[in-house]
Design a protein around this ligand. Structure first.
Ligand code: M6R
Length: 596
């Protein structure tokens, strides 16, 4: 979690950092801050709350000419150690207040380091793990006896050997006009502009200035100033080691809201195109041979990506003789059975700590790995043997929507390619089939849910993971408690909770599960629950039973998976919009979960 940014160039660093932090806010938005090297001083401005809530002139000290500079670092926080507060906000500094650092990740051994530093006379201001980094750098740069002083670059290299954990760190020392960076298991991108260089947790703040980027390797120390970037391989040769430069194809326009009230809605409307791209990217030729040959696939993912994996497992096992084992990323490390065959890791961000760790763990069992991700150059792409990109385009809203649809596009096209017989390929037109769903009205359904504190989502077969995803979407953006169940399971306990105050959202489309779903819906109706059903509006049973039907044209499972998923995203969106929730940045959440 947390977003970091650094700028060295010719522009007003405060402005660049603040604009950039706004684009990184999806990574955490408890508090934020910037540090600017004004040469005569190191100015730190930080505070609790969201950047978007604060007048920029106050934060940047815009009226205050002394606070201007062209080199600086910034941070937007998702709290781990210490609650959100002005003090715990980054940047953190040392005792001399001439060194500032921003950090994304966790320093696991910070407690021991902090105790030692305190016993050596250091005074700490915050409760964070990150602050130790600034004091450690201070110790190395300004040793007590004033002998053997080191440069900032040397100090960062030495400190890197002392800290254990995951980190992307940017460090600044007053009057040096440079930023020193190091990463280990946390994302960092370096943008190479013309007379200006930027570090950031992802490319979003960089594309405004350049399309040329590099992805630093774990452990390398990199420093930038206005004239260039320099790479120091740790413990090795200190001359510049060139990286491959990647040219980004993203335009700054693509990361703007484009007239939509929320990124989430914009991203849902981008789904037909994202789906088209994702499906087209997979052909029998682009699939790794190991994926085609293996008999067993272990799928590992978290949250929404896990739901996509679950849908994949239903569909693959139905269409082929392959076996799928499905694991939640955070639980995979406790599973003792070995990984047979291939490991398939699904992660929009490519940075989810548990999913990335799963890929590494798979290696212990000699399992080849395939990562499905949306982010080129992300950590998972470095760990996995093969990468399949989902081509969703940038997703800013914390709630995953178009990336889920694009994941399904990739995964179901894989099923398609692995299918033994000639498949009647519904996927060629599915991107068109979801278009009408975008213009459905959700007003009646929203009204039925307005006063609910608890809701249930039910489905059967492959529609069970679909309702799981629908319920996750609702709870994360509306804060209404929503539980998803396989429809047959409600009778085994949750029925005790049903009443006229617990609306049930059900997916009930013609097919093998239809008759038994109708039976389940009748049982629920008998308990007085309002029923909102995604189904065929011509279906007589639904007309009789449902309080409201969200009309979905039945077109076969491959297409129904997508149309119902989009409808459930929109239902959650419209409920949250009517409740006036902070849809793109729900409380307590961050988009990429880079800690265990
Ligand atoms: O980037 P990832 O796909 O690995 O993220 C996994 C989850 O954190 C993510 O899907 C989360 O559940 C969504 N933001 C929910 O909308």
């Amino acid at each position: 979690m947390c977003g970091i940014i650094g700028y060295a160039g010719f522009r007003d660093a405060a402005q660049v950092l603040m604009q950039g932090l706004l684009l990184l806010e999806y990574r955490g938005y408890d508090s934020f801050g910037i540090a600017i090297d004004t040469v005569t001083d190191l100015t730190i401005m930080k505070r609790v709350g969201r950047i978007s809530d604060v007048k920029q002139s106050i934060i940047c000290g815009a009226e205050d000419a002394e606070n201007r500079g062209t080199v600086g670092i910034g941070h937007t926080r998702w709290a781990t150690h210490g609650p959100p507060s002005d003090i715990n906000a980054h940047p953190h500094s040392d005792c001399t207040k001439t060194i500032a650092i921003v950090h994304n990740g966790i320093i696991e051994n910070y407690h021991t380091l902090k105790e030692k530093l305190i016993s050596d006379g250091h005074v700490f201001s915050s409760e964070t793990d990150s602050e130790v980094i600034a004091h450690l750098i201070e110790d190395v740069m300004y040793p007590k006896q004033n002998q053997g002083r080191k440069t900032l670059v040397e100090a960062v290299e030495i400190v890197t050997d002392m800290i254990i954990g995951s980190y992307a760190i940017l460090a600044l020392a007053q009057g040096t006009n440079e930023i020193v960076a190091v990463r280990c298991k946390s994302p960092l991108v370096l943008g190479l502009g013309d007379g200006e260089f930027l570090f950031a947790s992802d490319m979003l703040p960089i594309i405004e200035y350049t399309d040329q980027v590099i992805y630093p390797d774990d452990g390398d120390i990199i420093h930038i100033n206005q004239t260039g970037y320099y790479v120091h391989k740790r413990g090795g040769n200190k001359t510049g080691v060139p990286y491959n430069i990647t040219t980004l194809t993203l335009s700054p326009q693509q990361v703007k809201k484009g007239g939509y009230p929320h990124y989430m809605l914009k991203e849902i409307y981008e789904e037909p195109e994202a789906l088209y791209r994702s499906i087209r990217s997979i052909t029998p030729d682009t699939l790794p041979k190991s994926l085609k040959d293996t008999q067993c696939i272990t799928v590992v993912a978290c949250g929404t990506s896990y739901h996509a994996g679950m849908i994949f497992s239903y569909m693959l096992e139905e269409a082929t003789s392959k076996l799928v084992r499905l694991e939640i990323g955070s639980e995979f490390k406790y599973a003792t059975s070995p990984v047979h065959g291939l490991l398939l890791a699904i992660s929009q961000s490519g940075e989810t700590a548990d999913t990335v760790a799963a890929v590494k763990r798979g290696r212990c069992f000699n399992a080849e790995s395939v990562a499905i991700t949306n982010v080129l150059g992300s950590s998972i792409t470095r760990e996995a043997d093969h990468t399949l990109l989902m081509h969703a385009g940038p997703e800013i809203s914390v709630a995953a929507t178009k990336s889920f649809i694009a994941q399904l596009g990739v995964l179901l096209q894989i099923v398609n390619c692995l299918h033994n017989e000639d498949f009647n390929n519904e996927l060629t037109r599915v991107h068109q089939a979801i278009v009408p769903v975008l213009s459905l009205s959700f007003d009646t359904a929203v009204d039925l849910c307005m006063d609910a504190e608890h809701m249930f989502y039910v489905g059967r077969g492959v529609f069970y993971p679909i309702v799981m995803e629908g319920a996750l979407k609702l709870k994360e953006i509306s804060y209404i408690h929503a539980e998803a169940y396989a429809a047959g399971e409600l009778k085994h306990g949750p029925f005790a909770l049903l009443s006229s105050k617990t609306p049930v959202v059900a997916v009930c489309l013609p097919g093998s599960t239809y008759a038994v779903m109708i039976g389940n819906l009748k049982e629920m109706k008998a308990r007085g629950t309002p029923l909102i059903v995604l189904g065929d509006p011509r279906s007589p049973e639904l007309i009789e039973l449902a309080d409201h039907i969200i009309p979905i044209k039945p077109e076969g499972t491959m297409i129904d998976i997508f149309t119902t998923s989009v409808a459930l995203q929109l239902l959650a969106y419209h409920i949250a919009a009517k409740l006036e929730r902070d849809i793109d940045k729900p409380r307590n959440l961050a988009k990429s979960v880079t800690v265990e």
